[in-house]
Design a protein around this ligand. Structure first.
Ligand code: SF4
Length: 88
């Protein structure tokens, strides 16, 4: 049994933002569970929340570093190109 503390946070995978608690091992989300004290979700999570470590630290995740201004400029340019091609 780990003696690491549980940290309260929320799942960010959809707009429900269910309350979760996580145990960390370095940058890894070692354990994830629903937060029973969260007012809205009351301990509920769907299966996606329990895979947050996979999404956060999966080996296929892009790790190229880029500054925010460049990232936003590149994203905005790409969105404009998609809009020009397909409409709003
Ligand atoms: S646990 Fe599921 S329902 Fe709740 S915020 Fe995450 S993805 Fe959405």
């Amino acid at each position: 049994m780990s003696d690491q503390p549980w940290h309260k946070t929320v799942c960010i995978l959809c707009e429900s933002n269910c309350g979760i608690e996580v145990r960390l091992e370095g940058r890894r989300l070692a354990r994830i569970r629903g937060d029973k004290e969260h007012k809205a979700s009351q301990g509920y999570t769907c299966e996606k929340a329990l895979r947050l470590d996979h999404y956060q630290n999966g080996r296929h995740r892009l790790t190229e570093e880029i500054d925010w201004d460049t990232a936003i400029d590149e994203t905005a340019a790409r969105l404009r190109a998609v809009k020009d091609l397909h409409g709003g």
